[in-house]
Design a protein around this ligand. Sequence first.
Ligand SMILES: [Zn+2]
Length: 155
Amino acid sequence: MKQLLIILGISLTIILIPSFLISAGLTIFFGHFWYLFLVAVGTIFVIGELSNRYFQTKILADIQNFKAKIEQLRSEQSVVASCAYCKQRLTIPVKLSQRTTYECPHCKQTNLVVFQFTTAQITTPLELPQLGSMSTLQGQAVGAELPNQQPNPSA
Ligand SMILES: [Zn+2]
């Protein structure tokens, strides 16, 4: 509400002060101050409204262009994959919406990039006790290995 009042105040100031100055100046030559004042207010209001619509349209078009550019950048991603012939790893630009082939620079064979998607369950980490110092950690590891390292008497 406060912002609206500020915008209204600024708008009225932008319209009324120039209208007053223009009509006061023209009154010297033509008289009829209030008539000239109302014409100046109407003219400035119409000009302001037209320029406002123009800039709003321009800003919306810029936003649309920006969104299209972001979408284009998102679609141009790359994957690291091995060549199917010589197994050399290479970063390959891919588009999910297109069939992607590339020529391996090492063996000059043409490869087809195949995507394989899968799903996974979302899990939460277990609540584990805080680990102590490194020596405590090593002690636990040694203690855990001891039963496995004892020789089997029956062997
Ligand atoms: Zn290759």
